[in-house]
Design a protein around this ligand. Sequence first.
Ligand code: FAD
Length: 480
Amino acid sequence: MFYATWCGHCVAFSPTWKSLARDIKEWKPAVDLAAIDCADESNRKVCTNFGITGYPTLKFFPAFSSNESMGQQFSGSSRDVRGLRHYIIDKLEKQHEAWPPACPPLETASEAEIDNFFQTNNVKHLVLVFERKNSYVGREVTLDLLQYENIAVRRVLDTETSLVSRFGVTDFPSCYLYYSSRYICRMKVLSEARTFYSYALQRLPGVVRTGKHQTAITDPINNSTEEWRPFNKTSVYMSDLESALHYSLRVELSGHITISGDDLTALKKYIHVLAKYFPGRPSVKSALKIVDNWLQLQNGTEIRYSSLRDVLDNAVQTSDAVLPDGVQWVGCQGSQAQYRRYPCAVWKLFHVLTVQAKEIGSTDPQEVLQAMRGYVSSFFGCRPCAEHFESMALESMDHVTSLSAAVLWLWSRHNRVNNRLAGELSEDPDFPKIQWPSPELCPSCHGVKRTGEHHWNQEQVLTFLRNYFSSDHILMDYLQ
Ligand code: FAD
């Protein structure tokens, strides 16, 4: 996409381009998206060389394009995410040069290919998507699985009558797992649509992201000597939330000898929302109130961390006010020591706080989100994370005008982060980054539009989040 920062149409089109990039992230080895700002003087030559005279201009460069190639001007009829995705598939299929090795086969499969498939391919699962000629689902799912090992996807048309009748296929699209001519089974999904197929296939036994190898969850290879604490993957544990408190207040903040200016404001807001909404044990809530009261009385422009630490360690540790010392991850344990833990618990903490603010009835829909924004910006140790989070906050946090919208804003931004990090080195192979909650965890959160596109049923998502992160459902196991 060639665009100019000052062009209103480009600004309006930018969310579509970004959504498309998120939507086809898994296709990356075969398809790359880029954007170049022609208003930037340093790009003038490039834009001139490509003959760009208007914005936004979309061009497609087939694999093996020469450096002199001017690209093919977009000629599709629809510039929404679905239309662009289909346009890309059409273009991929028209590859005239040799088929690029990074691109999976997209053509339809014949009976002969399927019958001989396992003789020539070393994969565990063969997936057949039965569909009509004008459907893109099979090719989309093939590309969605491109970065996964042990699985191959082929589309079979309804006109392949011998296969259709042999397997008794009656619905188009529908998805089958084929293991031999005698063993084939239909995959059960919530809806016969791309997202549901891809999600389910990426989780089949033995299917792993290229380069990632799963460890058995009951026997994790843990670098540390810590004992594994069995936990229910679908629950929030108080032990994680208290561990996040300990780590943020006693470890992360301790890197700041003095705290002043915006950082001090951020700290006060953070502690204040904790004191108001942390749904903890009475002793922990009392402790947070003591710290909050102390901080609100600090009228100077600066505090020393050591003074805060004194409050945490001395004023707070009375018999009925305690901030547990040390961490004990439960639902945020990772299969290895470098995975999950603190950042996982930070997300959970703030989801819980947005939900608590909604339940208790805060008067300010921005209160928890701005406290999180301030804390992350001033103190969160992962600085690139803080920058990314701030750019999301800058873009839309101010538009949040209700407590429900605050819960949903954090959920949707967390999903954006999940999308960006899926497949990255930091992803724990035992806890893949998904668009959350999964169809298993919340079937009613997922829907399909008439076009076959996935959509979130936001009312159901809100109900789900209010239940999942509610104080009543937080498990108290393993508390010190
Ligand atoms: P997490 O993403 O930490 O999620 C924890 C739990 O929350 C999940 O197990 C699930 O139960 C639940 N959950 C998942 N998605 C949602 C959702 N959408 N809504 C509600 N609950 C959900 N890491 C980077 O490498 N780069 C970054 O830019 C980056 N930015 C970050 C920004 C912030 C503000 C935070 C707190 C963390 C950031 N991280 C970043 C860390 C990263 O997001 C993960 O926290 C970390 O990789 C641990 O991942 P996890 O598998 O435990 O799942």
